[in-house]
Design a protein around this ligand. Structure first.
Ligand code: 8NA
Ligand code: MG
Ligand code: MG
Ligand code: MG
Length: 348
């Protein structure tokens, strides 16, 4: 059913934008119960009757997603030199979009070396360790969509697009995991009852191979994402509506700028929001997921955005309030990008 896939493509890309724009005002906060109420009210207001207000700006998460989508559409393939050029061009046009402090060095070196080796600057980050930030994961949605019917390509493309900025195993595997989660969501019909434990088990199986395939650095945990996914399962089995243990979720899964302590959190938020969550008053499961992700605090724009990408891919665009979209910067451009990506991906 192609029209369902088209709606899922739009849902995922607009999900990136929604979580980013709505999450960024809370970046680095630990939300008190008062702030959580403010968050609830701001969602209510945005969803309600149209009103005049300046649009909410997107940040690096959506900017880099846009570059990746544009490159895939234009080249009908993953072209790392073109992608590096698009990332750099977009950064220098709008450097104020809240980029990570490390990644800016990569952009400077890429431009300074005239893109002679697009993989070198990222390798030099953090004394040769590479970045473990969530920056490669936060932008990966277009790869998941482009490769929605080709699992091997998805793994390879998710990894390669990471290497322009993130070479640390944690940074790369976070992007692969986020791409796989989006792809799984695309292939489940939104009217079917989602078995959240099966969803995680499938991720565990796939990440088992991903993490086995690669030589680890000196990580305490040999398969750290697999461990976090097993924690997700435990938390899902423990949590009831009356007992959302936010502190426990934050402590176990994390809410920071590293891939390891943000990608699994986004997946958890999507799955947890299948059921009501105390303090989050909405019947809309997409909103519930994104609002919950933001309410956990920390890297709110990025975790909100990654949650939105997965949830949007599952439910499709109709679950995202058009009233909210009207308040988001460039939302029609992002919708058009999703359509162009759909055109290209369905011809592959
Ligand atoms: P990045 O590659 O610059 O990584 C982000 C940060 O993580 C770096 O600045 C370092 O502090 C730290 N880091 C990453 N790898 C290592 C390492 N190997 N050793 C020591 N420290 C390391 O940026 P990114 O593209 O991964 O972006 C990640 C996040 O930063 C995103 O949320 C993005 O929006 C951005 N950001 C976050 C904040 C925030 O404070 N939450 C603020 C502005 C921007
Ligand atoms: Mg951001
Ligand atoms: Mg930011
Ligand atoms: Mg962020």
């Amino acid at each position: 059913d192609l029209s369902l896939f088209r709606r899922k493509f739009r849902g995922s890309i607009l999900g990136v934008l929604t979580g980013d724009c709505l999450g960024s005002p809370y970046e680095n906060e630990k939300l008190s119960s008062g702030s959580k109420l403010v968050l609830q009210k701001s969602f209510d207001k945005l969803e309600g009757p149209p009103f005049k207000a300046p649009v909410m700006q997107f940040t690096d998460d959506s900017a880099m997603t846009m570059s990746l989508a544009e490159s895939l559409i234009e080249k009908k393939d993953l072209d790392l030199v073109d992608l590096a050029k698009k990332f750099v061009k977009s950064y220098y046009q709008e450097p104020q979009r809240g980029y990570g402090s490390g990644v800016v060095t990569v952009f400077q070196k890429l431009r300074g070396s005239k893109f002679s080796d697009v993989l070198l600057p990222a390798k030099e980050q953090f004394h040769g360790q590479g970045s473990f930030g969530n920056g490669a994961a936060m932008r990966v949605a277009p790869v998941a969509l482009f490769c929605y019917n080709h699992y091997d390509n998805l793994r390879e493309f998710a990894k390669k697009q990471s290497l322009i900025t993130h070479t640390h195993k944690i940074g790369v595997d976070g992007a692969i995991l986020q791409a796989i989660a989006i792809q799984q969501s695309i292939h489940i019909h939104p009217d079917d009852q989602l078995n959240v434990i099966d969803f995680v088990d499938e991720l565990v199986n796939k990440m088992n191979f991903v993490e086995e395939d690669e030589e680890g650095l000196d990580l305490v945990e040999a398969q750290p994402y697999k461990s976090q996914l097993n924690l997700i399962k435990k938390l899902l089995q423990e949590e009831g509506e009356e007992n959302p243990i936010d502190d426990k979720v934050i402590k176990n899964l994390g809410n920071d700028i590293s891939g390891l302590r943000s990608v699994p959190t986004a997946i958890f938020c999507f799955l947890r929001a299948q059921k009501p969550i105390k303090g989050i008053k909405t019947d809309n499961p997409f909103r519930r997921a994104v609002q919950y992700a933001i309410s956990l605090g920390g890297d709110t724009d990025t975790i909100g955005s990654m949650t939105g990408a997965i949830a949007g891919a599952f439910y499709g665009e109709e679950v995202i309030s058009p009233n909210i979209l009207q308040h988001l910067e460039a939302s029609t451009d992002f919708k058009d990008l999703a359509d162009d990506l759909f055109q290209v991906a369905t011809k592959m």
